[in-house]
Ligand binder design. Structure first.
Ligand SMILES: [Zn+2]
Length: 92
């Protein structure tokens, strides 16, 4: 027989996520909308510090603006769609 007891626990939940570029919130209904990454500068990195991690978040708006600056546009992979599509501004 297993008996259960009630306990109180303190949990951490995300309070806010701010875009490192514009400072706006990356949260919509408690979910991240945008990018949250850790990029590592490897040994002998030329532009990033050696063996250093860079953690940052970008909101969707800043992410789309960044995509627009790419020389080679990002590949788009649509969920539930087998045909390939190419990059374009959302409102084009
Ligand atoms: Zn932003």
């Amino acid at each position: 027989m297993i008996k259960y007891k009630k306990v109180r626990r303190q949990v951490e939940e995300i309070d806010k996520i701010q875009c490192n570029k514009c400072g706006n919130s990356c949260l919509i209904n408690g979910h991240l909308y945008g990018l949250s990454v850790i990029v590592s500068g490897g040994y002998d990195s030329i532009h990033l510090n050696d063996l250093t991690d860079y953690k940052f978040e970008l909101c969707e708006e800043c992410l789309v603006k960044l995509f627009g600056e790419f020389t080679i546009p990002p590949d788009l992979i649509k969920h539930y769609c087998e045909k390939s599509i190419s990059w374009k501004w959302k409102n084009e």
